[in-house]
Design a binder for this molecule. Structure first.
Ligand code: ADP
Ligand code: ASP
Ligand code: MG
Length: 437
């Protein structure tokens, strides 16, 4: 069985929902369909939560009313039969009543998670009813009944596999199983989520749990492009990526894929295909174990990076120094992306500055500490094996006019990463495209 995930734009209007329905019914095969919220909904739900947190019920009501109106219009356009319009209106009204009910109580992250979960619940309910109206044998499988994360926010695979299989076997003959991306329960049974963009991750977890034949991520572009199309013109789709290359690109900012999406698929060697709902015949990108040699595949940029340099001629060469430095980051549950060392210092980067002040205070025990905020990691990904001559030099040449703070190479066979200032990101991406592709 295949797992097909459709992102927010792909289900962003009544017409788009109909297109998705046509797409999933075309081959007549049984499949699991994972949906995101309609585009803009999750942002609106977060905005509503923001107003509730600020105890501004009028602000919240304004956004709620606008969002509800959008759903009401979608329902009018989506269904033919009045009875189905009525059913859909009831489902959506109940959800909006639920969202409004949060205006009368203390507001914490728990309430916010309950509110943001409603986007995926709405889109899947609309799709489910639409498929029923089309006479399809559809089974609605609620993610909150099987998708769960543990205390470390990692998927609880055993639980997911067991419970998902139960849900499926309750309806063995269904042609289409519709379920929500993004939302889950946490170790305490509360409503939680897999972070922004997490529906890709849901699809991959589901694919791994059922050992799917293929996981398809359907979005608004024809696959992974060789550079970020939001900043660079003339980017091209990359036809094949291996799991490592795809993971590096997703981790280093290629928004088309959630950073951890590849991991579950790779665990069971399930190919992941990136496809375009607006152009379904385009081949897209195939992510599998197949590697293409001697090729630079793509460039991506990860924003919001802080670099930290610790200068210490006294201790660097002493054994135990590095582990003491890293132990500080471990204590503050802050992961490190890039590391470079010299005889007199070590530089590293983090993407989560939450505990920066405490970390810096502790690092000052080891030497002089310099912090540079507002940095960007540019990752160039492809067959970067060290015996391939000339690839690094082309990357460096492309960036000859850009001030470079760190270069990291050799950590994997697939990546060279460069740290630059945020203000230089766009020209660096463009220079790399011009030189490499
Ligand atoms: P969805 O809502 O379907 O999950 P996303 O917005 O999360 O879609 O991801 C698709 C978007 O990712 C594209 O519209 C594109 O702007 C952006 N993107 C960033 N980098 C890349 C890349 N290297 N290749 C393709 N798309 C990219
Ligand atoms: N709806 C969620 C978001 O906007 C999850 C997703 O679309 O993948 O982040
Ligand atoms: Mg996405």
């Amino acid at each position: 069985m295949k797992v097909l995930k459709f992102g927010g734009t792909s289900v962003g209007s009544a017409q788009r929902i109909k297109n998705v329905a046509n797409l999933i019914l075309a081959d007549g095969q049984q499949k699991i369909v994972v949906l995101s919220a309609m585009s803009g909904t999750t942002n609106s739900l977060l905005e509503i939560s923001g107003y509730f947190r600020q105890q501004n019920p009028v602000g919240a009501a304004d956004v709620i009313n606008r969002l509800e109106h959008k759903y009401s219009e979608t329902i009018d356009e989506l269904y033919v039969q009045d009875s189905n319009k009525q059913k859909a209106r009831e489902v959506i009204r109940e959800i909006f009543d639920y969202v409004r009910s949060f205006g009368n109580r203390a507001f914490t992250i728990f309430e916010e998670r309950c509110i943001v979960a409603q986007g995926e619940l709405m889109s899947t309910n609309l799709m489910n009813l639409y498929l029923l109206e089309q006479g399809v044998n559809v089974a609605f499988i609620p993610a909150l009944e099987y998708m769960r994360i543990d205390k470390n926010a990692e998927p609880d695979f055993k639980y997911i596999e067991q419970n998902l299989k139960q849900q499926i076997s309750a309806n063995p003959d269904a042609q289409i199983y519709v379920t929500q991306g993004f939302i889950c329960r946490n170790a305490y049974g509360e409503i939680d989520n897999l972070q922004r963009g997490g529906s890709d991750y849901s699809a991959s977890i589901i694919g791994a749990a059922i050992r799917a034949d293929e996981i398809q991520i359907w979005t608004d572009i024809d696959g992974m492009h060789n550079n970020d199309p939001r900043f660079v013109e003339g980017t091209q789709p990359v036809r094949n990526l291996n799991f490592d290359e795809a993971a590096e690109l997703a981790y280093f900012g290629a928004k088309i894929l959630h950073p951890t999406c590849v991991t579950p698929a790779r665990m069971y060697n399930i190919p992941v295909r990136l496809l375009n709902t607006l152009q379904p015949e385009a081949p897209g990108t195939m992510i599998s174990t197949v590697s293409e040699q001697d090729k630079i595949k793509a460039v991506a940029a990860k924003d919001g990076i802080t670099s930290i340099r610790i200068k210490s001629s006294r201790m660097l060469m002493a054994y135990g120094f590095m582990s003491q430095v890293f132990e500080v980051f471990e204590r503050y549950k802050t992961s490190v992306d890039l590391v470079t060392t010299s005889e007199v210092g070590v530089s590293l980067t983090i993407d989560n500055p939450k505990h920066l002040d405490d970390i810096v205070t502790e690092l000052k025990k080891f030497g002089t500490v310099v912090v540079d905020p507002d940095m960007v990691i540019i990752a160039v990904v492809g067959d970067m094996a060290w015996d391939n001559v000339g690839f690094e030099s082309r990357v460096i040449e492309a960036l000859e006019d850009v001030p470079v703070r760190m270069i990291s190479y050799g950590g994997s066979n697939y990546n060279i990463s460069i740290l630059i200032k945020a203000e230089d990101k766009i020209r660096a991406l463009r220079a790399l495209s011009a030189k490499l592709f």
